[in-house]
Ligand binder design. Structure first.
Ligand code: AMP
Length: 616
């Protein structure tokens, strides 16, 4: 029976509707909502389990989601889809590395967003995610005995605009009103109530080690404002690697090779069982049958710890990098929040505790459920059930446009708080230019070719004016979901164009991580290239202006000075050809110094001309 609520003032029946938070994970998804009685969040359980595997099985008659889908992974791998989150907002080329690890087929769609081929039909990752979300919506409606339309969905803090937009679209396609897309670490903090009361500012580290991914986020939380100071992580590191380490130990011990898919699966599942057992005991043993032979698979806690220590050390290096990025020291971190099933592994917890030795480590809540619970709290806030609070996040990569010479000109720097709006003024480089191509990029490198192109558009219909006269104001607005709106306006004429960055190109998770690393590795070379590009642009513009000068004011030059000017222009062109920055700069100076006298003459000529027309 559906619940109804009555508006006591008017006596009318109000339409009841529940709001939910969804943690749409790579491996598992969870749904949470707020308990009306105590206003606390809780996860909705399905078959007494709050975890719904983010997997899909395309059966003959129907699409199954969750455990039913996982059950088909061994028998019908080509019809069983998992890790859809890794495909969101990506193109085929972005997924080259991942492709070999997928059981199902992805289509080479060139630069378009990738599609998955299942039984001769093609599906976009957005559609696939929407099937998962639709299923979660149905579970929520059945368990809550109420309609569910409004949802907050969480994404990793490093998700770019395309990936956020794809997640939002999947929610819409599933028939839901996506109130907001929020960052997973922000949700985890909310679940612990950090920031819900207007207390002192706090620096919080959210350490999230799931099945396949690791994220560390540093937040500064004050008066309900969640500011992400820095993020770091590894998109291919998690509890699955712990399982693999155990499988390797056993495979070596018994020389297990060339196993069938189902035997590999048995070995992997036993390894996971062992790992989980070793979170509460010190040894594990089980007899399993592999290829007709019984094997006693055993492992001690010390063995597991030795095997996974290098993996945990890698996560700590990421923590160190994030602290460096945030310009903090470890001692500044006051609270740590443990998220993800793998933080139950004792060595993970003790290593994190040792590293953040002056911080309080929060692990009271179920680490699998905290993100969904936080999303439910946020949904509750946005539904107007709580005092509205501002959620501030951060952009993980700089956003900017291409300027003359292929240079990256940043409007919103990396780690800038969002929502944000920033403006900058530009102009044209050629006389009478009526169109201006605007290319938007994301990344940290000095040359746009090394960054990621988000989109492009042309500001058309600028009235013809001399170079440098039009005033083109670029506005970048990043909303709370991290969606970028770019506006270009020529202020003199009022010509304006607005574009929301549509995800055309994807980016591999590895690339996001590497982009930051590469900007550090190539810093010197990048600075040199920027210096050369700037000098070349300036020299090109001087040649352009000088040629125009000769055309328009030839009478001010005698044969000899024109020859000197032309010779100096040739020298600049040679220096540009030789890509010699210092030579370009000195040749440019030489021409500038020589032509100054003529520029002065032109000014005199123009003043005389102006005076002639006026009656004094
Ligand atoms: P998540 O992606 O957050 O759901 O995390 C799933 C990962 O947590 C998987 O690798 C699980 O094997 C791991 N996990 C779940 N329970 C435990 C446990 N008790 N001890 C260690 N790892 C666990």
């Amino acid at each position: 029976m559906a619940k109804i609520s009555i508006d006591l003032n008017s006596g009318t029946v109000a339409k009841s509707e529940a709001v939910i938070g969804i943690d749409l994970g790579t491996t598992n998804s969870l749904i949470a909502t707020i308990n009306n009685a105590d206003r606390l969040p809780y996860c909705i359980t399905n078959d007494s389990d709050s975890i719904v595997p983010s997997a899909l099985y395309f059966g003959k008659d129907a699409i199954h989601v969750g455990k039913k889908a996982i059950a088909q992974l061994v028998n019908e791998p080509e019809n069983t889809i998992y890790s859809v989150k890794r495909l969101m907002g990506k193109s085929y080329t972005d997924l080259q590395d991942l492709n070999h690890n997928l059981n199902y087929q992805i289509i080479d769609n060139q630069d378009q967003l990738v599609k998955v081929k299942i039984a001769n039909k093609q599906y976009s990752p957005i559609e696939l995610s929407s099937y998962i979300l639709k299923d979660l919506k149905i579970i929520a409606e059945q368990k809550l005995n109420n309609r569910v339309n409004k949802v907050v969905i969480t994404v990793p803090a490093y998700f770019n605009d395309s990936q956020r937009q794809a997640t939002r679209d999947a929610g819409k396609l599933a028939g839901m009103d996506v109130l907001r897309i929020i960052n997973e670490p922000t949700a985890a903090s909310l679940a612990y109530g950090i920031g819900l009361t207007g207390d002192e500012g706090k620096t919080v580290a959210v350490y999230d080690l799931g099945g396949g991914t690791f994220d560390i986020s540093l937040l500064y939380i004050q008066n309900g404002i969640f500011e992400v100071l820095a993020t770091n992580g590894d998109t291919y590191l998690g509890g699955d690697d712990f399982d693999k380490a155990i499988v390797d130990i056993w495979s070596k011990q018994y020389d297990l090779k060339n196993l069938t898919a189902s035997n590999r699966q048995i070995l992997r599942l036993t390894a996971e069982e062992a790992k989980k057992a070793l979170s509460t005991t010190t040894s594990f043993q089980k007899v399993v049958s592999i290829q007709g032979t019984n094997f006693t698979l055993s492992i001690r806690l010390e063995q597991l710890n030795d095997a996974i220590k290098p993996l945990i050390d890698k996560t700590m290096q990421s923590c160190q990098n994030a602290i460096y990025d945030a310009e903090l020291s470890v001692a500044d971190v006051q609270e740590v929040i443990l998220v993800g099933g793998s933080t139950r592994t004792p060595l993970v917890k003790s290593t994190v505790e040792k590293f953040f030795s002056s911080a309080k480590v929060n692990d009271d809540l179920n680490p699998d459920e905290v993100v969904a619970m936080g999303a439910a709290i946020e949904a509750d806030i946005l539904a107007g059930n709580r005092k509205d609070m501002l959620l501030l996040d951060v952009t993980p990569l700089s956003l900017g446009i291409e300027t003359l010479g292929g240079l990256m000109d940043v409007l919103i720097p990396r780690n800038n708080k969002i929502p944000t709006k920033l403006r900058k003024e530009y102009t044209t480089s050629v006389d009478g230019q009526i169109n201006l191509a605007i290319n938007v990029y994301q990344g940290e490198r000095e040359m746009v070719t090394d960054n990621r192109k988000l989109g492009e558009f042309i500001l058309q219909g600028i009235p013809a004016m001399p170079a440098g006269l039009p005033k083109v104001e670029m506005t970048f607005m990043l909303n709370a979901d991290g969606i970028l709106q770019v506006t270009a306006e020529e202020k003199r004429s009022g010509i304006k164009q607005e574009v929301q960055m549509k995800p055309q190109y994807g980016i591999s998770d590895e690339e996001i991580k590497n982009m930051l690393q590469e900007s550090i590795t190539n810093a010197q070379e990048d600075m040199d290239r920027r210096g050369l590009a700037e000098a070349t642009t300036e020299a090109d513009q001087l040649i352009y202006a000088t040629e125009k000068f000769i055309r328009e004011n030839g009478e001010l030059l005698n044969q000899e000075s024109e020859t000197v000017i032309r010779q100096r222009m040739d020298k600049i062109k040679e220096a540009i050809g030789a890509k010699d920055k210092n030579l370009i700069v000195s040749m440019t100076d030489e021409l500038n110094n020589y032509s100054r006298q003529f520029a002065e003459k032109v000014m005199d000529k123009q003043i005389n001309k102006a005076l002639k027309g006026k009656k004094i």
